[in-house]
Write a protein of this length. Structure first.
Length: 294
């Protein structure tokens, strides 16, 4: 919401107004498909007029004026996105506008080049298992070590190539985890935290609805309202070839795309290192969605 309490809310509203004014001043009527009123050089307002931005965005002039003035008015996410389109904001500017307005950043358009870059990152982390998930916990890329140690996400149905679906509905994955329940509860808590930051995200909403319908454990624990951000943890994977492997989990987010979640699973002790090495395999990347278009 644009409105807020205290100095932080006021400062954010002021920045929002300054940003809107700067972007409005940088555009000319022709930039947004309007015929200028007279010669551009004779317009009193540099760039677009407030009424032009308001009309193109489908909002009232008075309301838009108050928004630029930093008043405590409320703007829906749809209106903020409409302003972004009118003002011809690029991806970085759109994210900035969303943040100032108090909304989650828009999901990036993940181009093939972005996937390939992430694939190179996880491949470089071999022999450690690594995978990247998007904002809805769908698999984006993974490496060959992940396939050897855990499973191959490529073999999952496309609609269920997702961390939560794997955790709660994949029987083989569950059997590989002697301490499945605390791991499942932790992941569910991260989902609840993500929902709190993006309550209107249709993908997250659909994910929760599907899991509630299919998994009794998910349905029961979801009603307990767990909220948990990631904490350093060690899990055990029971591999049919080499036995139990203890792995320390690390999570991070690339600065260039904070909606992506990188998860790295590192051997937690010398025995785990030896057993992971015993799985063998080369450093060739596993088949992932980045390869499907190549």
């Amino acid at each position: 919401m644009v409105s807020g309490k205290g100095n932080h809310g006021s400062a954010r509203r002021a920045q929002l107004g300054e940003f809107l004014r700067a972007r409005r001043a940088s555009l000319q009527p022709a930039d947004v498909g309007l015929l200028p009123y007279g010669e551009t050089s004779r317009r009193r307002t540099p760039g677009l007029r407030r009424e032009e931005v308001a009309e193109l965005s489908g909002v009232g002039l008075t309301w838009y004026t108050w928004l630029e003035q930093g008043r405590a008015v409320t703007a829906s996410r749809q209106v903020i996105d409409a302003l972004a389109r009118t003002l011809r904001l690029d991806a970085d500017q759109h994210r900035y506008l969303r943040v100032l307005a108090g909304y989650p950043e828009p999901a990036p358009d993940r181009a093939d080049a972005d996937r390939a870059r992430l694939q190179r990152l996880v491949d470089a982390l071999v022999p450690n298992a690594a995978s990247v998930f998007d904002a809805a916990f769908d698999y984006v890329v993974w490496n060959s070590a992940y396939v050897r140690l855990r499973h191959d996400p490529q073999r999952l149905p496309a609609a269920r190539r997702n961390l939560l679906w794997t955790m709660f509905t994949d029987t083989d994955n569950r059997l590989r985890m002697p301490r499945w329940e605390p791991a499942a509860r932790a992941v569910l808590g991260q989902l609840r935290d993500a929902m709190g930051r993006a309550p209107d995200d249709p993908r997250l909403t659909a994910l929760v609805a599907g899991l509630r319908a299919e998994s009794p454990e998910f349905r029961r624990w979801w009603e307990e309202y767990p909220v948990r951000r990631f904490r350093p943890a060690t899990i055990t994977i029971r591999h049919r070839e080499v036995g139990d492997i203890e792995l320390e989990l690390f999570q991070s987010r690339p600065v260039e795309d904070p909606t992506s979640l990188l998860v790295v699973q590192v051997p937690a002790n010398p025995l785990a290192v030896a057993r992971l090495a015993a799985l063998g395999g080369d450093r060739a990347p596993a088949l992932s969605p980045a390869d499907e278009n190549g």
